[in-house]
Write a protein that binds this ligand. Structure first.
Ligand SMILES: NC(=O)c1ccc[n+]([C@@H]2O[C@H](COP(=O)([O-])OP(=O)(O)OC[C@H]3O[C@@H](n4cnc5c(N)ncnc54)[C@H](O)[C@@H]3O)[C@@H](O)[C@H]2O)c1
Length: 377
């Protein structure tokens, strides 16, 4: 199968969908790879490195779309890319169809096959192609929080780990999933005194078993949160309720309970945030202050560390992309339930319920579409 890697053109997107190591893997398995010139430069991968790995470099995005049978990307195609996509072309990328009606219609009309990273799902219901970005954001939350605790950045002027004879900072992590676990682990590594809260007792039991001694687990409820924020120097918002907006666990009124210079990093801001006063910010202007509390609310945190994020994402996507290339999308999806769940739009038909529900468009059972496609072969 001919693979195409365009340069990402969405604003501020610095990642690339395949590293030179990934190119070498495709080549080893007999698939030619065409990479747009400069596609990897913002992630730290040069054209030369792609060439050495065996890729052919093409000057324009049009060249890549016109030659490739499978396009591997990071972000959903934007409007200027729609006319480049061909019927039957396979697109493997983040789509988030439920947040864009024009994208949904464009992909139906062009007749492409759209396999969305965010809906590839394992039998335990985990989302293997979202996990790496939560890992990056969780770890980064502590790095950013530690920075904004510095006085010149309007924080309390507390060093996260303290020093001998001086106590460390107190970190409160709301939500003990992927983001929360990674944040708690990083904060503990810095030597901070960490409290992690979740509503799942099973999750708290697990965290209590695996976390170091400077992390304690506490049940998440209104009473405990009120007590903990009064003590905390840094609060990390890492709550997720699948398919719903994040609950506002810290209301505007509760900010008064916190001491001036406390930093909140609301990683869950992309789902509405778990601190009421959080609204999305950008890497150019990441923080704002309300009631003397420093709010960091960047909605695409992994974008600031494209080298790490690209490697983390491609570690997770490559095994699936190789299956698609080796077997073709029909057989790969028929053989692998995880990939089948990633199918959102196939040859003009919506095959993912959440997408048809979002826009009131007809839904087609993925199994029916897949079987009829396999019979056509
Ligand atoms: N800002 C960014 O750049 C960025 C990057 C990656 C992920 N995220 C977001 O971070 C959030 C967390 O993602 P995740 O992968 O860790 O999700 P996850 O599903 O792994 O974890 C969420 C946790 O929240 C817990 N929870 C639910 N309600 C709670 C409550 N009331 N109190 C305490 N805990 C509660 C759940 O039990 C679960 O353990 C999501 O909104 C995700 O979209 C943001």
């Amino acid at each position: 199968m001919i693979i195409g890697i365009p340069k990402e053109i969405k604003n501020n997107e610095n990642r690339v969908a395949l590293t030179p190591a990934g190119v070498a893997e495709f080549k080893k398995q007999g698939h030619p790879v065409y990479v747009q010139m400069g596609a990897g430069e913002n992630s730290g991968f040069t054209d030369e490195a792609y060439k050495i790995a065996g890729a052919e470099l093409l000057p324009t995005i049009e060249d890549v779309y016109s030659i490739a049978e499978m396009i591997i990307k990071v972000k959903e195609p934007i409007a200027s890319e729609y006319p480049l996509i061909k019927k039957d072309q396979l697109l493997f990328t983040y789509f988030h169809f439920a947040s864009s009606e024009p994208l949904t219609h464009a992909m139906i009309e062009c007749g492409a096959v759209c396999l969305a990273y965010e809906t590839v799902e394992k039998t335990d219901r985990s989302l293997p192609l979202l996990v790496p970005m939560s890992e990056v954001a969780g770890r980064m939350a502590i790095q950013e929080g530690a920075k904004y605790l510095e006085k010149p950045l309007k924080g309390k002027g507390i060093l996260l780990g303290g020093v001998p004879g001086v106590p460390p900072a107190k970190v409160l992590v709301l939500g003990g999933g992927i983001v929360g676990t990674q944040a708690a682990k990083m904060a503990a590594g810095f030597g901070a005194s960490v409290v992690i809260m979740d509503v799942s007792l099973a999750r708290l039991r697990h965290l209590s078993d695996i976390m170091p001694a400077n992390v304690i687990t506490v049940m998440s409820n209104h009473y405990n949160i009120r007590e903990a924020i009064a003590e905390a120097d840094l609060v990390i918002g890492a709550v997720l309720i699948p398919g719903a907006k994040a609950p506002h666990l810290i209301s505007r009124e509760m900010l008064k309970l916190m001491s001036p210079g406390t930093v909140v990093v609301d990683v869950a801001v992309d789902q509405g945030g778990c601190i009421e006063t959080c609204t999305p910010t950008t890497h150019e202007n990441p923080t704002f202050i309300i009631d003397d509390i420093v709010h960091y609310c960047v909605a695409n945190m992994p974008g600031a560390v494209p080298y790490t994020s690209t490697l983390a994402l491609t570690n997770a996507t490559l095994p699936y992309a190789l299956q698609l290339a080796n077997k073709g999308w029909k057989k790969a999806c028929a053989d692998n339930e995880e990939l089948k769940k990633g199918l959102n739009v196939a040859n003009g038909k919506i095959v993912y319920k959440g997408v048809s529900d979002a826009w009131g468009l007809p839904f087609n059972e993925v199994e029916t579409v897949l079987q009829s496609e396999l019979q056509l072969n």
